[in-house]
Design a protein around this ligand. Sequence first.
Ligand SMILES: *Cc1c(COP(=O)(O)O)cnc(C)c1O
Length: 358
Amino acid sequence: MPIPHIDVKAQYAPLIPELEAAFSRTLETGRFVFGPEVEAFEREAAEYLGVRHTVGVANGTDAIVVVLDAMEIGTGDEVICPAFTFYATAEAIARRGATPVFADIDPATLNLDRGDVERRITSRTKAIMPVHLFGRPAPVDELRELGVPIIEDAAQAFGSPGIATSIASTFSFYPSKNLFALGDGGLIALNDDELLERVKMLRFHGSRAKKDFFHIGYNSRLDAVQASMLRIFLRKLDEWTQLRREAAARYAELLADVVDVPVDEPGHVYHMYAVRSPERDRLAAALDEAEIGHASFYTTPLHLQPALRYLGYVEGDLPETERAARENLCLPLWAGINEQQQEEVASVLKRASELVAS
Ligand SMILES: *Cc1c(COP(=O)(O)O)cnc(C)c1O
């Protein structure tokens, strides 16, 4: 049997009756934009995250753009972020007219390297935007010591305890994420009332009541239908996270002598199970042959992307980022992958790595 890289349906299938009931409820109310489901989800998400407020938006990319706009970060400003992340992190910064400044990563965690971030701070640096990559918490406390406001791109880490402790944190509910919608969705978590007011206005054309418009804003809303699904999934999230962590522990045991496995830590929610190997491409080919899904992410890191050439980076500028781009291999993982499937993945990798070695 083929094994997919991610099986989103396996996660929500047992919940289909509940999802259908929620959909019916929304059909009854006839309110599809904002309304009680969105407000309830925003409240429940805030409680879960331990923040004062959350604001639903259309997707995780908008969440970043709206936060930067609300913080008045734009032309002439610099924001330090990793280049080993999804394009949207830097795109959102550039979309605001600000300059993404790329810092290298710590090879052990794949998250921002504090020392390299520090070297890149200038008088124009308005924020640092760490990404909790693949579900591993970035070193936010260390970065905070640098005295620059922090915005967490937490798109890959909903469910990790101890995140969302900064001025603002952003989330995506794209279907592959740990907490997901059945389509697009995003969220901004924050504590500051003034920032809340601006974020709320910006997501709705810079207006409170559609009569007076105070800012050049956005139309970026979370749908009521998606919010109703998210409320159901949020109640399952801790159980799902536990299943991901158990699967990760099993992989670590099976693969310890085969590839570089990620070092565990309690807050790691394993959005991806990313191993590393200099023989990545050959291992990936063996998985293909066995019909086992896999992914290698950010194989062209952001500082080398065509759209961001204008920033002037060249190959060799971010050595650990570039090495991670060549070496990362993300194995099948979702909440509910079974032991047998993981053993099959491990045995294919073991055989392939023995062939490489001989
Ligand atoms: C998924 C993701 C985003 C973008 O989220 P969308 O909802 O797809 O717009 C941003 N940053 C990171 C790190 C992501 O993984």
